[in-house]
Structure formats: C-alpha cells, structure tokens
Design a binder for this molecule. Structure first.
Ligand code: ACO
Length: 357
C-alpha cells in the first residue's frame, strides 16, 4: 500500500530552570501547606527561572535539544513557531528573539502564537498544516512559559529561590495569601519538537479538533494591561494587582472536565478510531484531579495516562512538549503507538490531536 506524506515528530527537547521550589518553600511566605497543594492539585514542586531568565532562554535550550535529537542543524529548519503567553517583550514575540539567539538565517519565517495552555496543541496543528501545505518541510515548534514574572516578586518571594533567607511580615504574608489559589499551581519550563514531512508508513499526525469560546475569557485572564485601555498600563493597575491573572478555578476545572473528554472522543471519531485505541493520552498538566477525571471519563487506566505535574506544576504552553519528551525518552511512547494530545486553557481554547508515533 502506498504511504502518504505526513507530519512526523523527529526529535524533542526540554528547557527547565534550575530552581526547585517545593510546596514548603511557598508555605514559608503565604498561608498554604504541602498537604493542601498535594491534595487539591497533585503538585509537589515546580521550577522557577532565575532573575533575567526568560521564556525564550528556556525555549532555546529546549530547541537545541530537539534539533540534536532529530539529527538536524539550524539550516535544515524551514519555519519556527513559538507558543507562549509570556514572551520576552510585549512585542515583538519570541520568534525573532529565538531566531537571533540561535543564529538562524534571516530567511526563516517565525510565527508567534498564544492560546495559553492550549498553545502547544494549537502549535502542533499549525506545524502540521504548514507541512501538509507543502510550503515547509521541517518546522521547529517551541512551547513554554515563565510564570514567575506574574508573581509580585516582593513580599519575601526571593526566599523561594534562595536569594534571601528571612521570615515574611504578617502584612507580606497576607498579600501573598491573597493570590495563593493561583500561584501554587504554576511553574516555569519549555519544550520543543522538530516536525518533519515524512513518508513513513502510518507514522505522523492523523487529525485534530480545535475549539474556542471567547465568552469564557473572564474565567482566566489578566484584567490590566491591554490596548482596550488608555493608556494600556497605569501605575494604578499595578498597585491594584490588575496585572496578576484572575482565575475562576472552579469554572476552569468544570470546563476542563467536560471539554477535554468531548474533544478526545470527537477527534477519535473523525479519524475512524475509538478512545480505547489510544495507547498514550497526554493531557495538559494543570491539576492532577483534572487529569484523573478526564482519564476516568474516557475509561483509560493510569498506565495510558502519564503525568509529571507533581514535578513541574503547570508550565502552560510547556506541559505537553515536556511530557511528550519524557515519555519518548523513557520508552512510554514507542514507535507505532497511538498518542492523543489534549488541552484546555485561557481563552477558552481547547482541543485534541491524534498522532501515530
Ligand atoms: N492553600 C491553602 N488554601 C487554599 C489555597 C492554597 N494555595 N488556595 C485556595 N485555598 C482555600 C480557599 O481560600 C478556600 O478556602 P475557604 O473554603 O475558607 O474559602 C478553600 O481552599 C477551597 O478553595 P476552592 O477554590 O474551593 O478549592 P478547589 O478544590 O476548587 O481547588 C483549585 C482550587 C486548585 C484552583 C482548582 O479549582 C483548580 O485546579 N482549578 C483549575 C485551575 C486551572 O487549571 N488553571 C489553569 C488553567 S490553564 C491556563 O490556561 C493557564
């Protein structure tokens, strides 16, 4: 039987900062506990970037690893996509930053996309579409975020990465506690993959289903800083904490539990497959209870639903490529396996994609 050209992941890599921040370190500066964070989210620790270490820095480390794993040089890459909600600059995006840092030639189109926690999933679909169009044969896709700059980074935050060693005042503790429902969930990290046009039997992307519902924007968004405002940022917004994301945790939780299983079922049906055909389901790592709930609804056992949220927390656009990389590296994803990626996040954006490894 004649095989068809598909988009195949030929290499992956990750970029993780060095600072391990345990739940106990956060409990030192706010009213929370290791017990609460583990029970409500499954998170045991996360990594924080060093001051000055950005999403592009982590992305570059991940990208170099992915190129090496794919056996490709910079000149082999036809296009670059960077998915992040935390670019180095308000504009431009991380595409040109990475092009310069990695020393790519000028004749390299770079695409910057957002879609927050669904950023990598959307990036996979874009990479696959660019390749299937016949215009580009090899695409480097990077997904990653640094959440630490969202955090107030005063009130004793330096103690989390060992730059300071002191007890916080009652007032500082209270301020940090006001944002505890969000900050404990996030960490910094990036992953990258090289996606190539290949004619290799069944290997490659099968199909994807992507969704958007903007009526849910306020479930998870940043109220301050935006061009609907005049001026787009004020001292007042900063003082009022409007630059820290707002999150209706219960609403996001509810949406994640209903939309991701639905997207997985739909994408399987559109490929003429069924959910039990999935060998490995890679779910965006936002909360262990969401991961368990989605797996349960789909009837997939823990052996088919890997997770690493306990070590990294939610790295937004980084979770799926980091998890994919770990599963390929330790053999949980083997050639021939049917892999399903699914995510839901701010926007709301969500969806699922099927890939034959
Ligand atoms: N430590 C201790 N107590 C806390 C903490 C904390 N870090 N955070 C909240 N609490 C308290 C609350 O104040 C509340 O106290 P009260 O009952 O006295 O008012 C209590 O714990 C229970 O709070 P709930 O909000 O009911 O806790 P819930 O079980 O819903 O868990 C959580 C909260 C973890 C945020 C959960 O709703 C969740 O994970 N939602 C999904 C969030 C998510 O996935 N976000 C990322 C989306 S992806 C993206 O696009 C970036």
């Amino acid at each position: 039987m004649k095989s068809v050209m598909k988009s195949v992941i030929t290499g992956s890599g990750i970029g993780i900062p060095k600072n391990v921040v345990t739940n106990d370190k956060l409990a030192r500066i706010m009213d929370t506990s290791d017990e609460w964070i583990r029970a409500r989210s499954g998170i045991e620790q996360r990594y924080y970037a060093d001051p000055g270490q950005s999403s592009s820095d982590l992305g570059v480390i991940a990208a170099e690893g992915a190129l090496q794993a794919a056996g490709r040089t910079h000149d082999d890459i036809d296009a670059l996509i960077f998915a992040t909600m935390s670019p180095d600059y308000f504009f431009p995006g991380n595409g040109p930053v990475v092009q310069a840092k990695m020393g790519f030639r000028e004749a390299l189109p770079t695409f910057d996309i957002r879609q927050q926690c669904s950023g990598f999933l959307y990036g996979l679909d874009l990479a696959d579409s660019l390749i299937r169009s016949g215009k580009y044969a090899r695409v480097l896709l990077i997904g990653g975020d640094v959440h630490t700059p969202f955090m107030p980074w005063k009130n004793g935050w330096d103690t989390t990465i060992g730059l300071e060693d002191r007890e916080v005042t009652d007032e500082e503790r209270e301020r940090n506690t006001n944002i505890r429902d969000r900050v404990v969930l996030f960490g910094d990290g990036a992953g990258a993959v090289v996606v190539e046009a290949m004619n290799d039997g069944d290997r490659g992307f099968l199909t994807s289903k992507l969704y958007t519902n903007g009526s849910g924007i306020e479930a998870l968004y940043t109220r301050g800083v935006g061009f609907r405002l005049r001026p787009f940022v004020t001292h007042q917004q900063i003082d009022d904490g409007d630059i820290i994301p707002d999150m209706d945790g219960r609403e996001v939780f509810r949406q994640a539990l209903s939309k991701m299983p639905e997207a997985v079922r739909t994408v399987c049906a559109s490929a003429g497959l069924s959910v039990p055909d999935i060998d490995v389901l890679l779910i965006h790592q936002a909360n262990m209870r969401i991961i368990d709930g989605v797996a349960k609804q789909l009837g997939l056992g823990p052996d088919r639903v890997p997770h690493n949220i306990e070590r990294y927390a939610n790295t937004t656009a980084g979770t799926l490529p980091i998890l994919y990389h770990e599963c390929v590296t330790d053999g949980r994803i083997k050639p021939g396996m049917l892999v399903c990626f699914t995510a839901l996040g701010s926007g709301l954006h969500w969806g699922a994609a099927l890939y034959r490894a």
